[in-house]
Design a protein around this ligand. Structure first.
Ligand code: NAD
Ligand code: MG
Length: 328
């Protein structure tokens, strides 16, 4: 494993150079503010009538329309939703200076060939391993969120140097920057969110809730058991892995964990994980997701509504409103 820390970074390559951030959402806002506070010259590129424009101005940043924002840029970071990056790239392409560096926080558009970058451009990835809010908060507290770095195209021999300078600017080098490839970052990121973090975890929660409610237990008790308490366990795992969780749960919980966990995540679940990974690797997932977007996202909206209308959402809303210490 190749790990870079602050000592490996030379930020002078970005001295007096412009870094353009396209998009001002979760990652865009965090990167723009951190880079500015690190002393870099930051311009944010947004649609004039878009909702983020006023916010970026209020945050004290220089804001221009995308085409204007890229004209003087040394680095152009694409921090819009993945599905918007292709058309945005095509819009700004004629205005991108020769030899500039395109930077992504997730490899989707490049790895799945939505974007085929002009040959003179460096193409790099700096992917923080955390949401934008955390990237900003950790930076303000003097820390950083670890990042991945990957180089898709090193057109001028400076791609890695520039990518690491950017990673340092957002605070990532304080925590360490691990080298990867666009393929590894994209495929593992999609697998993680589908099989474990988002898809796997929520399906597990909902199935547990339904099992208890169908067996006649109160929905409120089921909610506390399978949704609310999950955070306590995840915090232990995050801080100290399996060992820390086992130190804090009872022996009865640990015994139940070890004999029953493998009954839920069994050979069928593992085969499903492999099938999910295959769909990601062979491009099936990307093709279907791009087609769904081009179609106006009917399936996305239908499934999202079903998720948001599930009974666990109603009972959860009522119970959370009584816990005023929760951030709503
Ligand atoms: P987001 O949805 O939070 O923000 C999108 C921003 O793009 C908004 O400011 C929006 O106004 C702007 N935008 C949308 N369409 C635009 C257009 N046509 N032209 C200009 N601006 C436009 O996005 P995000 O979640 O921060 O994701 C940005 C990138 O970061 C993605 O590649 C994503 O995969 C990656 N990423 C996200 C996270 C995360 O935690 N959210 C973590 C790691 C990597
Ligand atoms: Mg789900």
């Amino acid at each position: 494993m190749q790990l870079y820390s602050e000592a490996d970074v030379d930020t002078s390559c970005l001295q007096d150079k412009q870094v353009t951030i396209l998009g001002y959402g979760s990652q865009g806002r965090a990167h723009a503010l951190n880079l500015k506070d690190s002393g870099f010259n930051v311009v944010v590129g947004l649609r004039k009538n878009g909702g983020s424009w006023a916010r970026a101005v209020a945050d004290g940043l220089t804001v221009k329309e995308p085409v204007e924002a890229v004209k003087e840029a040394t680095i152009i970071a694409f921090l819009t939703p993945d599905m918007v990056q292709k058309s945005l790239y095509e819009t700004v392409l004629p205005h991108i200076p020769q030899g500039a560096t395109l930077l992504f926080a997730h490899g989707f558009a490049v790895h799945f060939k939505q974007i085929d970058p002009r040959p003179d451009l460096n193409v790099v990835l700096i992917a923080p391993k955390g949401p934008g809010g955390l990237v900003r908060r950790q930076y303000e507290e003097g820390h950083g969120v670890p990042c991945l770095v990957a180089i898709h195209k090193d057109a001028d021999g400076n791609a890695l140097k520039l990518a690491l300078a950017y990673a340092a600017g957002i605070g990532g080098a304080r925590a360490g920057v691990i080298e990867t490839t666009f393929a590894e970052e994209t495929e593992t990121d999609l697998f993680g969110e589908q099989a474990v973090l988002c898809g796997g975890a929520t399906e597990l929660i909902v199935a547990g809730f339904e099992t208890l409610v169908e067996a006649g237990y109160q929905p409120e008790v089921a909610y506390y058991e399978v949704m609310h308490e999950l955070k306590l366990i995840v915090d232990l795992l995050h801080e100290g892995g399996l060992r820390k969780m086992h130190e804090f749960i009872s022996d009865t919980a640990a015994w139940g964990d070890m004999i029953s966990g493998p009954r839920v995540v069994d050979d069928n679940s593992r085969a499903a994980m492999k099938a999910i990974l295959t769909d990601i690797q062979d491009g099936t997932f990307a093709r279907n997701w791009v087609a769904e977007n081009e179609n106006g996202m009917p399936e996305f909206k239908r499934m999202m509504n079903a998720d948001l209308e599930h009974p666990i959402e109603k009972v959860g809303k009522d119970l959370r409103s009584r816990m005023d210490w929760l951030e709503g």
